[in-house]
Ligand binder design. Structure first.
Ligand SMILES: [Zn+2]
Length: 145
């Protein structure tokens, strides 16, 4: 599929283990490591031996940049706790953006639909098909013939 451009400044570098972030982004762990090092960000858990319980600066967390549940897991809190903090700040729910291969327009994939247990890759595909159906009927007709 399309090559993935990662805006590392928007990733929770050092807030989660490099390995976990790498899995989340579907990249090699070394990529995360290098991106973190370049920004001189300490690895996740650097202070965890000193302070057992971390009081988050919620303003520093990537609220809405990943699913509430996923962020909660990383921070060791419930998804609802994350949701509460996100809504309090007026940050919209996480949504993935997919780009239409026909017109290049951004197609939003809403994460709320994942609650039914549908994998994100399927939701992306469905969102794209929905968009193509609506915006590019002629293309769709060609495919369906
Ligand atoms: Zn399109």
């Amino acid at each position: 599929m399309s090559s993935k451009l990662i805006n590392w400044d928007e990733q929770p570098l050092g807030q989660v283990p490099d390995r976990v972030l790498a899995e989340e982004l579907g990249v090699n762990k070394n990529m995360v490591f290098r991106a973190r090092k370049r920004r001189d960000i300490k690895p996740c858990g650097f202070h965890s031996k000193v302070h057992k319980r971390v009081d988050f600066d919620w303003g520093e967390q990537p609220l809405g940049e990943l699913p509430d549940e996923a962020l909660g897991r990383k921070l060791g809190v419930s998804g609802n706790a994350v949701k509460y903090q996100r809504i309090k700040r007026g940050i919209p729910v996480y949504q993935k953006t997919e780009y239409c291969p026909v017109c290049g327009e951004a197609v939003l994939v809403f994460d709320t639909r994942r609650k039914v247990g549908i994998p994100l890759r399927i939701l992306r595909a469905v969102a794209l098909i929905d968009h193509v159906r609506e915006a590019h009927q002629s293309v769709m007709e060609t495919i369906e013939e």
